[in-house]
Design a protein around this ligand. Sequence first.
Ligand code: ADP
Ligand code: MG
Length: 615
Amino acid sequence: MTSTTNSRSIDSNEQMTGRGVSNNAVFHDQRPPELGFDNINVTIRVRPVSTKYGLYSDRKESSLNFPDAGQIQVCDPISGTSRSFTFNVVFEPEATQEEVFEHSGVKRLIDMSLDGFACTVLAYGQTSSGKTYTLTGNAFEQISTSESTITGKGSPNDGRGEGQGDRGEKKMIGVMQLAFAYLFEQIKLRKNRSLFYIIHVSYLEVYNEQVLDLLNPSPKSLNVRWAKDRGFYAENLFKVECEDIGDLEGVLEEGCKNRQVRSHSMNDNSSRSHSVMTITLASETQDPEDPQGYIRREGRLCIVDLAGSEKTKRTNSKGETLIEANNINRSLLVLGNCISSLADPKRRSGHIPYRDSTLTKLLADSLSGSGMTLMLDASETINTLRYAARAKKVKTHPIVQMDPRELLILSLKREVRLLRMENNYLRQQLNLGNGYLVSTSNGLAGNKTSTERPTSNESNGSMDEKIQLNGEAGLQPEILNKYMQENESLRAENSQLHQQRQTLIHDHELVCRENERLLRRLSAAGDNADSTARLTIEDECVDSNHLSSDLKSNAMKDLKGSRRQALDNERQTKAIQQNQLLVQHNGSVDLSPNFELRGTSAAAARTRIIRKSNK
Ligand code: ADP
Ligand code: MG
């Protein structure tokens, strides 16, 4: 056997560092475009020759070649013919478990299921080709009877194949355990970005066409039902919530313990059933476009370990083992038929025989629906490679899994957003581009012009919208400019008037002060003040203020007030004189120094004083 070791870089995105990894460039950018189609990805792992069962020992040195990235060539030494196949990745016998996990595309599937896609990893191949080993390592094998106890050279955990290194009695993990670790790593990273997950796991096996719950063992099988929103599903399947990697590993261990395993001449731990582990990843994140809203997604990672097809003569199956083998072969045949139909563009739209076996019912979604599938093919015979090559042609249509109601809400929100944008655009067109004013319905009749005409918005839109529209829309730029200019001149006029008012107030104060001065002079004049003098003062008052013609009327008003005051004062003076005479006469009037005697009130007070003094 010739085995080439590809360690070169195929794509700048991913360095192929591992030994025994052979792949092609397609693999490196295989993430499907959003809502686009994608083919089933197929990865081939060629197992090392088994020393214990003599398995694949007939593989001649020249029968297998790895000519190029992702290529495998099978040569028939007898006829001398050869056939080449190209897959996404081809792992040579030396590849370790870690290398298979790193480069097979499983990581990408985990990322996608965390994003809400339904993804499936399908391990396919003939019996003893290493499907279970690739998925779970030898962790659940009966070590004492298995080949893995054979001592060799390598380190215990280097993931080398049997006969390739020293694994001693150490247990080795497989793609599933590595996937669990990666899954929780990613969940932790996403948690930092406020993305939370709730993980549920179920684990079942299809044994002799019956569905058995591996986490809730019971002799009674589960019914497979179909629902419009779920497709085929196992009814009453037990689901466990897992919070950490330990929980997931516990589920795997429990399931493997309960799985139907039998020994035959090619495998001490031959799986007699197809097992399906489904990890449901429900996530909730805030809608970036709506702070009130949340987006819920439900991604799914389904890991399927198929029972291997077997030549019953070769495995020496009898009795129960023979019945199992027939059932396994039959269901794998139906799976092959479904794959052939799906791979053929002409038959794809026709009838696909999913209902012909329990296995294909449960895998229907993974094969053709909204899921993303990776087939880990662990064999290298012409037949199995043909099978895998057909599977590679099957197209799937991966879409994010969401609650239908949530999906409806999201699509409606999206529609509203688009309509809003359209609405804004139309408004802009209406306001700036069409050269007319929008007629008003809220009484802004003053804005109406002869150019205005009704718009479709007016006839169809809501009142609120119309009011808003009118408020924003009615003014043309040139009219707006005119209004602004007018506004400016009004503002200037206003400030002028304001200044004038200030001047008037100032002048008024001057007049008041002068009047006070005159009053003081008047009172000082006392009894001797005669009317001529008063008039002189009045004239003086008028002259002294040098009132401007504008202020004259104000000044005259003040003057009249002053005259009245002067007359009052005169009366007051007289009253005081009379009072003094009375005091001299009666000798006992108590007259407070603050007692004010002004005008008519002064006369009344005088009368009172007199009465009092008379008592
Ligand atoms: P399958 O599930 O395909 O029937 P298994 O995974 O049970 O086959 O493998 C059969 C035996 O071969 C097991 O003992 C397993 O440990 C061993 N084996 C399979 N593949 C490898 C490998 N790549 N390296 C080392 N041992 C392997
Ligand atoms: Mg197996």
